[in-house]
Ligand binder design. Structure first.
Ligand code: PBG
Ligand code: ZN
Length: 332
């Protein structure tokens, strides 16, 4: 009973009573076209090496890519991001294999674009998988990362990916000026339409552990804290993203995702109109897979809830090792 002048009892639950109502008022969508599948590509032929800490993910040679591409396309996943895993004997202090025309990534891009031109091919641009010391650039005699000397190499890697046919290049080293250097190199040649997905906001995170096993890119000494961001900081993320936009970034990225959704939200609000990518990284994947394998969580529900939360926080796109499974679950 309500007396005149009083509001009726507030019943926010009314809009949650049926599935149809819940669907009608749902704010956030998650669809296969929001997902980007990472692929670890290696030299040689007929190779599938499962990565122990990332169940379901393998390092594969180029001949396996067409089948992988067919799977992703049939599930509605529009893009892949490639990481090269060169043989240890191809590494040197200058990471020269990173821009070799016959490198694994360059061959992978050509194979994928020849087989399925509609699949978007993104390439990770960094030196850490290619340098014998495992750092993301050139080092000086005191083993400090040389920022500006690294820029021409990063541009050279990106150019080699563009020449192979990459649609989007993604510099991941947190080297100051990398986006601008790459944009200039692409614009000086015929690759004005190759886009840049900037790993603008990449934290120095323990969540990359399984990736470093997968790609063999762990630093031989030291760490990446002189270039990747301090997990305790947030406002610097806005300066990092503003700089990358000014240098010509077409997409911005925040990485990792789940522990940094506040950053995803802040960067999205600061840069409306710039598509934002959240990278759901290897450690996040490994934790879910381990708990699921123990029967402690419902993998499907956890993955879809986590990916939805990244979209809700403001990510347009999500790079995730769950891409294939998630796309299948979204379809079923
Ligand atoms: C290389 C790179 C890393 C990741 C993507 N590109 C590793 C690192 O910076 O140490 C991490 C991806 C993941 O953990 O899934 N610069
Ligand atoms: Zn790197």
């Amino acid at each position: 009973m309500t007396t005149p002048g009083q509001f009726p009892t507030v019943r926010l639950r009314r809009l949650r009573t049926t599935d149809a109502l819940r669907r009608m008022v749902r704010e956030t969508s998650l669809r296969p076209e929001h997902l980007i599948a990472p692929i670890f590509v290696t030299d040689g032929a007929n190779i599938v090496q499962p990565i122990e800490s990332m169940p379901g993910i393998s390092r594969v040679s180029v001949d396996h890519l067409p089948a992988l591409a067919d799977d992703l396309i049939s599930l509605g996943v529009p893009a892949v991001i490639l990481f090269g895993v060169p043989a240890p004997d191809r590494k040197d202090p200058e990471g020269r294999e990173s821009y070799a025309p016959e490198g694994a990534v360059q061959r992978a891009v050509r194979a994928l674009k020849a087989h399925s031109p509609q699949l978007l091919v993104i390439t990770d641009v960094c030196m850490c998988e290619y340098t014998s010391h495992g750092h993301c650039g050139l080092l000086d005699d005191s083993q400090r990362l040389l920022n500006d000397d690294t820029l021409s190499l990063v541009a050279r890697i990106a150019l080699s990916h563009a020449e192979a046919g990459a649609d989007i290049v993604a510099p991941s080293g947190m080297i100051d000026g990398a986006v601008g250097a790459i944009r200039r190199a692409l614009d000086d040649t015929e690759y004005q339409d190759v886009a840049i997905m900037a790993y603008a906001v990449k934290y120095a995170s323990a969540y990359y552990g399984p990736f470093r096993e997968a790609a063999g890119g762990a630093p031989a000494f030291g760490d990446r804290r002189t270039h990747q961001l301090d997990p305790a900081n947030s406002t610097i993320a806005l300066r990092e993203s503003a700089l990358d936009v000014a240098e010509g970034a077409d997409f911005l990225m925040v990485k990792p995702a789940l522990a940094y959704l506040d950053i995803v939200s802040a960067v999205n609000q600061a840069h409306p109109g710039v598509p934002l990518v959240a990278y759901n990284v290897s450690g996040e994947y490994a934790m879910v897979k381990a708990a699921a394998a123990n029967g402690w969580i419902d993998e499907r529900a956890i993955v879809l809830e986590s990916l939805t939360s990244m979209r809700r926080a403001g990510a347009s796109l999500i790079i995730t090792y769950h891409a294939k499974d998630a796309a299948r679950w979204l379809r079923d």
